[in-house]
Design a protein around this ligand. Structure first.
Ligand SMILES: Cc1cc2nc3c(=O)[nH]c(=O)nc-3n(C[C@H](O)[C@H](O)[C@H](O)COP(=O)(O)O)c2cc1C
Length: 362
């Protein structure tokens, strides 16, 4: 039997990895496979961490840190720090209060949360409780008329951007989930998709209705014409796609391999980030996610061209361990670690984070 969420955080919890251990004891094994697993042999999942671990930092001494801060501005809004919450589905699998507990934890640390298309809570309920206007992650649905209505609803609810996920036209091959026989428990549904015409399940890939209706660049143009909200394209790994996204009028991209959950053996997000930053030449802000577990990982991402990062699994670990308090503490640990890493590398602002922070490869 999984343990209940904690009321108070044990004093020996010091890092995000400690939260993973606490979460594991509190999540039923099938849901644990869903949360922590990734595609096929999970090579990309491991590489997301290994690539950060290979990078070394280059500290500078005696820099003026008297005005040090982590503030940034994106799409005309000010954010207190560059650590954002990545969209993840069905938070109620991990805590009875689901997305609302995540939001409460996020608010405590002035963090922007991205709400998944597959959230188990109505978007209006989330935005009403939000102190930082959340972003909404959109999967363009086979039913485009419904998708257009959903976008209107998200705008009316007060979301401040749309994160359009492009790297998952179908579910990755999740062998760990298959082996654990994971099925979404009864009563769990993506409530924001209620009333949508669904595509019949198919036992084949090519020729299925799902692929027949999978989004293309034309759908990005269509979405651009349907909303004034900033569009942030998530799941870009190739510099050509980054440039094409810019030409379609997106406002930012997220360099991401979906936490290793879609196509296995693609490179770590942090590894492709420099080539995308080089291609874009500052045309668009870049965010990135995948494997962020330490403040030094945030620092490295910003040094290599990201304006901000997103965190996926560790937020759910905090949620499962101790609800809103756990989410807030995970964010607090990461933010404090980022500030320490900035101070110890002698960089007072995010603008000072450039490739010179990374020790040159020999
Ligand atoms: C349990 C789980 C559910 C996810 N659901 C979504 C989703 O609904 N939409 C989406 O764009 N990405 C989804 N992702 C991917 C995350 O947004 C993010 O890209 C990834 O988790 C980042 O890697 P990290 O977990 O190492 O931080 C999900 C990830 C996990 C772990």
């Amino acid at each position: 039997m999984p343990l209940p969420p904690l009321d108070t955080i044990p004093p020996d919890v010091a890092s995000l990895d400690d939260y993973e251990a606490l979460a594991r004891e509190r999540i039923e094994p099938g849901a644990w496979a869903y949360l922590s697993g990734a595609a096929a042999d999970e090579i990309t999942l491991r590489e997301n961490r290994a690539a950060f671990e290979r990078l070394r930092l280059c500290p500078r001494i005696f820099r003026d840190l008297s005005q040090a801060n982590t503030r940034l501005s994106l799409f005309g809004r000010e954010y207190a720090h560059p650590i954002f919450i990545a969209p993840t589905a069905f938070h109620r699998l991990f805590h009875p209060s689901g997305e609302l507990a995540t939001l409460l934890g996020a608010s405590a640390l002035e963090t922007c949360m991205t709400v998944s298309t597959q959230a188990g809570t109505a978007i209006e309920e989330i935005t009403q409780a939000a102190t930082v206007p959340p972003w909404f992650q959109l999967y363009i649905q086979p039913d485009r008329a419904f998708t257009a209505e959903l976008v209107k609803r998200v705008e009316a609810a007060g979301c401040s951007a749309i994160v359009l996920t492009a790297d998952a036209p179908l579910h990755g091959l999740r062998n760990r989930e298959q082996r654990a026989a994971f099925r979404m428990p009864p009563g769990f549904e993506p409530v924001n998709l209620r009333g949508m015409e669904t595509v019949p399940p198919a036992d084949r890939v090519f020729g299925s209705h799902l692929l027949a209706k999978a989004p293309t660049w034309q759908d990005l143009a269509w979405l651009r014409s349907h909303t004034k909200l900033p569009i942030i394209l998530k799941g870009v790994l190739d510099p050509h796609d980054a440039l094409q996204a810019a030409s379609y009028g997106v406002d930012a991209i997220i360099v991401s391999n979906h936490g290793g959950r879609t196509l296995d053996t693609v490179p770590a997000a942090i590894e492709v980030l420099p080539s995308i930053a080089a291609a874009l030449q500052g045309k668009l802000p870049i965010l990135m996610d995948g494997g962020i577990r330490r403040g030094t990982d945030v620092l490295k991402s910003l040094a290599l061209g990201a304006s901000a990062v997103m965190v996926g699994r560790p937020i759910l670990h905090g949620l499962a361990a101790a609800g809103a308090t756990g989410v807030a503490h995970v964010l607090k640990i990461l933010r404090t670690e980022l500030e320490i890493a900035m101070a110890l590398t002698g960089r007072a602002t995010l603008a000072e984070l450039d490739p010179s922070v990374i020790w040159p490869a020999s």
